[in-house]
Design a protein around this ligand. Structure first.
Ligand SMILES: CC(C)(COP(=O)(O)OP(=O)(O)OC[C@H]1O[C@@H](n2cnc3c(N)ncnc32)[C@H](O)[C@@H]1OP(=O)(O)O)[C@@H](O)C(=O)NCCC(=O)NCCS
Length: 301
């Protein structure tokens, strides 16, 4: 059985770097130590081990920007190649990249490993600087989509995301994204890095904006579902912050919290909507928002 594992103990970390050196530097007569760079401490490292605890593969990922993850130092021991170990490792690193909020992964691939990265869904986008002064490389990229997100009505969801970005440009700067829509629940996420305050946690104003847009988005999608339209405005709101956000900002609005009679819009009357949005840091509930919105009927003519 193979396990993907984060090297944690001192001995494991030493074995990990030694494996990296053996496979990626020693064949070109580079000394021990040349396998490391200045990003080790800000990177996530993974190894694949067999049932005896021996390392069969290694790899690393770090963020170049909040959107872009760089994958480096992928290697599988010679005797275990072409058995899917490389793929297993890449799945794990891509999953870490998604968890960190990255939207795309990039790598500089040696010529010989281009077919491998292509098989993982990467495409060549440019030339990359040679490695060790001699190995030709290409820059490759892959868009990371969230594998577990459930998006019903993708067309409306795309329209919502575009509407946010066009009408409220700050939402794009805050990295606010629609993550899931199931007809009963909407989930949005924001980039922590783009909304960080002096204390290393999410700025309270950004949490408020995330909650406001989530409620707004829920109404937008509910109106679409009912074949209705109108201008959505926020009338009144309150928020209670219980804990800071230091990991992954998420906002959820469930249909159970939405109180309204959308049919009023058919009579061209303005329609009050009250709802609640729960703010989470990863899985932990950290704030609660109550919003009173209005949907204004569209003016005729
Ligand atoms: C590149 C490398 C990591 C691939 O690891 P791996 O465990 O053999 O890869 P997988 O078994 O998961 O391969 C998945 C697919 O990639 C493609 N692939 C992998 N190696 C390939 C090769 N040498 N030639 C052509 N296609 C290859 C194939 O499509 C393969 O699927 P298949 O075996 O069903 O045909 C491994 O060969 C390696 O460590 N090479 C040396 C170090 C290196 O170059 N690292 C990359 C640094 S940029």
């Amino acid at each position: 059985m193979l396990i993907v594992h984060e090297p944690k103990t001192e001995a494991e970390i030493a074995d990990y770097f030694s494996f990296r050196w053996l496979l990626l530097r020693k064949p070109w007569n580079y000394p021990e130590g040349s396998e490391k760079d200045e990003y080790e401490s800000v990177s996530e490292h993974r190894i694949v081990k067999d049932h005896k605890g021996d390392i069969l593969a290694c790899g690393r990922v770090h963020l170049n920007t909040p959107e872009e993850a760089q994958i480096r130092y992928i290697a599988v021991s010679d005797v275990h190649r072409r058995k899917g170990v490389g793929h297993l490792l890449m799945e794990a690193l891509e999953s870490v990249a998604r968890e960190l909020g990255a939207e795309r992964a990039v790598t500089n691939s040696r010529e010989a490993s281009i077919p491998f990265f292509e098989s993982c869904g990467f495409e060549i986008i440019d030339d990359a600087p040679n490695e060790l002064g001699k190995l030709k490389r290409k820059q490759m990229r892959k868009t990371l989509t969230d594998k577990h997100a459930l998006i019903l009505h993708p067309k409306w969801c795309k329209e919502l995301q575009l509407t946010w970005h066009e009408r409220i440009p700050i939402s794009e700067h805050m990295g606010i994204k629609l993550h899931q829509y199931t007809e009963r629940t909407i989930e949005t996420r924001a980039s922590l890095n783009k909304n960080i305050n002096l204390h290393g946690s999410m700025f309270a104003g950004s949490i408020y904006s995330l909650a406001t847009l989530t409620g707004w988005g829920m109404i937008f999608l509910q109106l679409k579902q009912k074949g209705l339209s109108g201008e959505i405005v926020l009338g009144d709101a309150s928020i209670h912050y219980h804990k800071p956000i230091t990991m992954r900002p998420r906002a959820l609005c469930n249909i159970e919290s939405v109180q309204t009679k959308f049919q009023i819009l058919e009579k061209k009357k303005k329609c009050p909507v009250s709802l609640k949005v729960e703010i989470l840091d990863n899985e932990q509930s950290v704030a609660e928002f109550s919003g009173q919105y209005w949907v204004l009927p569209e003016k005729v003519g």
